[in-house]
Design a protein around this ligand. Structure first.
Ligand code: FEO
Length: 402
C-alpha cells in the first residue's frame, strides 16, 4: 500500500523505501536502507521530477495513478542519470508515451547508452525555464555533483529546490517524509556518510554549486534521497558548506590491519596515549571488520588520522590497501597523519604508507615506527611518541575544543 505525500500546493512526494538492497552502487553498505525520492507536480502540465530504482515499479505507478486520477504525464525531468533515479524511466515512458524527457546536453548521450532512449527529448541549459501553468521551473547545472550531467530544478512558485543527490542521505523514510517529522539524530551518521562517500570527492564542484544555489530563495529542499527539508534548510546548507571546505574537528581516527594482534596492540597503545594526552574523540577501526565507508566518514570528521598495518606478502595488508586507495581516490584534504607498521616476515607496509602520505599530502606529525612481531618496550614507546606528537598538534590547532 503506497500513498503520495503532499509537499506543497500541487507538489507530491512519490518516492519509495528500499530495505532489501544491501549495498548502494553495489559497494556502500545500507544498514538502514535507502529512499529513492521522486516528485510529482500536478499543474496544467504534469511533471515527474526524477524517478526511482526499478525494483519498486508497482508501488511507484500506484502512487502516481492515485494522484493523477486518469490524467497523463507531460514531462519527466532527469536531474541525475544514475540508475537509482532513472531505473524506472523506461517503464514510466511506456505507461505515458506522450511524455517528454527533460535533461541537458550531457544527459542525453547517457540516456541513449543506458536505456536506448533518444526520442521526445527536451534539452535545457543553465537558467532555462519551463512554465507548467501555476509553477515556473528553472534549471541550473551542477556538474560533478556527482556525475557530469547533474543539474537541479527550482520551482519559483513554491521555493522548492529539487536538488538531485545534493543534500541527500542514506536511510529509509520511516513514516516521516519531512525533516521535522523524523528523528534526524538517528539519521545523523547516514547523512554524513552519504556526503563523505558519495559527494565528498567533489568538494570544489560542491562549492560552486553552493554559491549558485545560494542566490535562489529556497524554502524547501527535495533531494533524491533522505528527508524533505523544510525546517532545516539553512542547517543542511551550512553543513555542506563546512564539509566541502574539508573542515574538521579535534579528534583522531586510528585504523589498523592486524593478522595476529601485534599491530592491534600498537594501535591500542596509541589510543591510550592519546587519551592520556587529552584527546577525547578517538575512533579505532579494524580494517578487516569495518567497511571503508565508516572509516572514511570518521576521517571526514576528524583532523587526526593514524594508520597502522602489518606487512602481508611483502606489501601492505589487503584491507588497509583498500582504505588507502579510496582515500587517495577521494582526495581527502586537510589532515594530520601518523603511521606505523609491523614487519611480519617481510616488511613492506611502511613503504606503502609512506607512499600514501606523499600522495595525499597530509602533514606527517612524527616519523613512523615499524615493529617486528610482538611490540617490545622500545616499540611501545615509539608508538607513544607518535601519539604525543599528534595530541600536541591538535591542541595547538584547536586550543578551545575538547
Ligand atoms: Fe542517487 Fe547518484 O544517485
Amino acid at each position: 500500500m503506497k500513498q503520495a505525500v503532499k509537499i506543497k500546493e500541487d507538489v507530491y512526494w512519490i518516492g519509495v523505501n528500499d530495505r532489501r538492497t544491501r549495498l548502494f552502487e553495489n559497494y556502500w553498505p545500507l544498514p538502514r536502507g535507502v529512499a529513492y525520492n521522486s516528485y510529482l507536480i500536478v499543474d496544467e502540465k504534469v511533471v515527474v521530477v526524477d524517478t526511482i530504482e526499478r525494483n519498486k515499479m508497482e508501488d511507484y505507478i500506484e502512487s502516481i495513478e492515485a494522484v493523477l486520477n486518469g490524467r497523463t504525464v507531460d514531462h519527466v525531468i532527469v536531474n541525475h542519470m544514475e540508475p537509482d533515479h532513472t531505473g524506472a524511466l523506461r517503464s514510466l515512458l511506456g505507461r505515458y508515451p506522450g511524455a517528454t524527457v527533460i535533461g541537458n546536453v550531457k544527459t542525453f548521450p547517457m540516456l541513449k547508452n543506458f536505456y536506448d532512449i533518444s526520442d521526445r527529448l527536451l534539452e535545457v541549459k543553465e537558467g532555462s525555464t519551463l512554465d507548467t501553468g501555476r509553477h515556473k521551473l528553472s534549471f541550473y547545472m551542477t556538474p560533478m555533483l556527482h556525475w557530469p550531467e547533474t543539474m537541479v530544478t527550482f520551482d519559483a512558485t513554491t521555493g522548492i529546490l529539487f536538488s538531485g543527490d545534493i543534500f541527500g542521505a542514506f536511510g529509509t523514510l520511516d513514516g516521516g517524509i519531512f525533516d521535522d517529522e523524523l528523528d534526524l539524530d538517528y539519521l545523523e551518521e547516514e547523512i554524513s556518510r552519504y556526503y563523505s562517500n558519495i559527494v565528498g570527492k567533489f568538494g570544489q564542484p560542491a562549492r560552486l554549486a553552493l554559491d549558485k544555489l545560494g542566490k535562489l530563495p529556497v524554502r524547501v529542499i527535495c533531494s533524491t534521497h533522505g528527508p524533505v527539508r523544510r525546517s532545516t534548510v539553512s542547517e543542511i546548507i551550512a553543513r555542506y558548506d563546512a564539509w566541502s571546505k574539508h573542515e574538521t574537528a579535534k579528534g583522531v581516527v586510528i585504523a589498523f590491519s592486524s593478522m595476529y594482534g601485534n599491530t592491534e596492540r600498537m594501535a591500542d597503545g596509541i589510543a591510550r596515549c592519546l587519551a592520556e594526552n587529552g584527546i577525547r574523540k578517538i575512533r579505532v577501526h579494524d580494517t578487516s571488520k569495518t567497511h571503508p565507508s565508516y572509516m572514511i566518514n570518521d576521517i571526514f570528521r576528524f583532523r587526526g588520522v593514524i594508520l597502522g598495518s602489518c606487512a602481508y606478502n611483502t606489501g601492505i595488508f589487503p584491507t588497509m590497501e583498500t582504505l588507502l586507495g579510496e582515500l587517495e581516490q577521494i582526495g581527502v584534504k586537510n589532515h594530520l597523519l601518523g603511521y606505523f607498521g609491523n614487519k611480519s616476515w617481510s616488511g613492506g607496509a611502511i613503504r606503502r604508507l609512506e607512499q600514501f602520505a606523499g600522495n595525499v599530502k597530509w602533514e606527517v606529525v612524527h616519523p613512523p615506527h615499524e615493529a617486528w612481531g610482538a611490540p617490545k618496550a622500545d616499540d611501545r614507546e615509539a608508538c607513544r611518541e607518535i601519539a604525543r606528537a599528534m595530541a600536541a598538534k591538535l591542541h595547538t590547532l584547536y586550543p578551545d575544543e575538547v
